[in-house]
Each structure stands twice: as C-alpha cells, then as structure tokens.
Write a protein that binds this ligand. Sequence first.
Ligand code: SAM
Ligand code: SF4
Length: 365
Amino acid sequence: MIIEGPEHVQELPRQETWPAGACGSGPGILHDEPRPETGLTDAYGRVINYLRLSVTDRCNFRCVYCMPPGGAMYTPHAEILSYEEILRLCRLMSGLGIRRFKITGGEPLCRKDAVSFIRRLKNVPGVEQVTLTSNGTLLAPYVEELADIGVAGINISLNSLNPEHYAAIGRTQARPERILPVMAAAGKSGIKVKINVVPMRKFNDGDLHDLTRFALEGGYALRFIELMPVGLGATCKGVPPREIRNMIEKCFGALSALDDAAGNGPSDNFRVSGYAGSIGFISAVSNKFCRQCNRVRLTSGGFLKSCLHHNNGVELKPLLRGGAEDEEIVAALKEAVRQKPPEHEFKRAAKEKSARRFLMNSIGG
Ligand code: SAM
Ligand code: SF4
C-alpha cells in the first residue's frame, strides 16, 4: 500500500533531470558520473543506499525539539516490528543495494536486546556499515560489545556541557559529564564518535563555544544540526549556521573544508589548524541538500518513509504480517523509493500544523 502526502498525489514520472527551481540553481542532471548498479534509484536518479532504522519510538529523554514533556503517544508493542521482521526487510533492502544502516529511535538502547539485534544486522550479507545514534546515557555497558560487532560509528547527542542547560533541553536528570567517559571509551575501542548538537536560542546558543573547544581539543567530530521544523522542532528557534561559523572562526581560527566524501551524507565538514577534532554543519533548512539525498527511513512501526518532511512512503507491516512473498515486498520497496519527493519544503511548511504531524522520535532523525 503506497501512502502519499496530499501534496504528492500525482504519479511521479521517471525523470533524469531536476524540476525547475528545485534545490537551488545549477544544471538539472543529478549524476555526471556513471551510477553504480542498484535496484533502488528514485525518479530523480538518486541512488538510495542508506537506511535510517528506528527500532523504537520510546526514549528516556524528552528533548524540547523532539518530544512533548509528558512523552509521546507511543506505538503499542504489538505494532512495533519484531527484530525478525526488521531483519527480513534489511535482507531484502541489502539485496537492493542498501549498504549502510543507522540504528536510531527514540533512544535505540531503550529497546531490549538492541545490541544483539545490531550484531545480527551486521551479519546480513551485503551490509557494509552499521552505525548508531544515541543520547549516550545507556551506552556504557555496551561499548565493548558494539566495538566487537564492528559498529563503525556512534553519534552522541550532546547539546550542552552545562548540566542545567543539558537537563533543560532533554528534560532529563541525566548529566553531560557522565557521557564524556563513555564517549572516550567508545573512541578508544575504535568506534568513530561524533557529537550531534542542535543549536537553539535560549537553550544552548551560549554553549556552542565550549562544545566547539571540547570537540576540537578532544579529537571529536562535532556536527551542528540545524533545527528542522519537524514535529516539535517547529516550536523552537534555531541558530543560523553562519552565526556559529563566524563565532568559530573568530575564536578558534579559519575553517578549512575537509573532503570526506566517504561519509554518509549531508555534513559540510571543516578542520581548524592546530586541533585534532573537526566541525560539521548539517544545514537542511538553510542549505538544502535534497539533490544528494541517498536515504530512506524505516519507523519502528514499519512505515518506510522516503523523505523526512513529506508523508510519502509505504506501510510494510501489513505485507510482513499478511504473508507477502519477498517479491511483493521488494516491489513495494522499489515503488516507495520511486515516489520519493524531489525535496523537502521545510520553509513553507514551518508555519503549518501539518509540519508537526510526525514527531521526530518516531522517525529517527
Ligand atoms: N535518541 C537519539 C539521539 O537523540 O541521538 C536518536 C534519535 S534522535 C531523533 C536523532 C537525531 O535527531 C538527534 O541528533 C536529534 O538531536 C535530532 N533531532 C531530533 N529532532 C530534531 C529537529 N527537530 N531538528 C533537528 N534535529 C533533530
Ligand atoms: Fe529522545 Fe533523541 Fe528525541 Fe531527545 S532527540 S527525545 S534523546 S529521541
């Protein structure tokens, strides 16, 4: 069953060129280089090889931009895909050319046996890279096991080093200083650690300098994620990436661009002379990167969401639980990807209520 957002009810024709006006100016052809063979190419020629996989919508935090203070209406357990169901989908997706998997949530480590599941996923033929996004609070007991599994990287959300500000953003009693040794242990065990920060007015805009220093001196890759008007993000106010960049250049020195095309995506990364760490900007709103989008998202309830903003996608659970053959599921996956919208419309949608239809904890970021 293909579900489409009201703004995308038309059949998308297969096309090699970008629609006029979409994602800035420049030539419409998406790929100058020969494309790798894959079964998952969308109507705009984008190769989809990366899945963000939400294993739960539950979380021990209530970040102001992500979840309501009292917690979201969680998906009932019976409606959450089992690990067997997820693994079946991952096998089929891997057969279609999806090579990289990011485990997310909610807080992925809130789900029982998440680490055993990650091990099984890593062993699926064709799966080249498994990474994790986490708030880090439940990570300590699992660091060695994750390293043993071969998890390539962990993104840790660390929105402030100031305990009060950290607590206010996450609406949590957890303390940031408890996360730091866990990050260090993960780094020591060979896992690439990145720090995710969502800069926001009134919450952590005064803490970005300290976070930058911490990352640069500690050898971490810090990523400033521009606040997106998805779910409760529409109720907060972000900080323009340019402002952060100016602050860094003034306080730490010139930023020089890093060429790390091997990464999974949309971060513009920089180094600062004399420091071990790096700084990245993921600026989905002010610097749209839809033309390079290589990803789809699977919610814990089994909805394959082809764009973070639009509601286009396919409900896979009825197929999984209705006895569908692999071929039928593969056809649904391909069709969902084919109908991936050309771009998000965050700026237009920010003021509309529909932008809050999905809470980020159910999508996985
Ligand atoms: N609980 C984990 C965590 O916080 O890292 C994983 C799930 S969380 C939904 C994934 C990422 O999405 C986090 O880095 C979080 O900061 C980011 N995120 C959530 N809501 C956002 C929003 N409205 N705008 C920008 N980033 C957001
Ligand atoms: Fe939980 Fe992550 Fe959402 Fe914060 S951003 S409430 S840690 S899922």
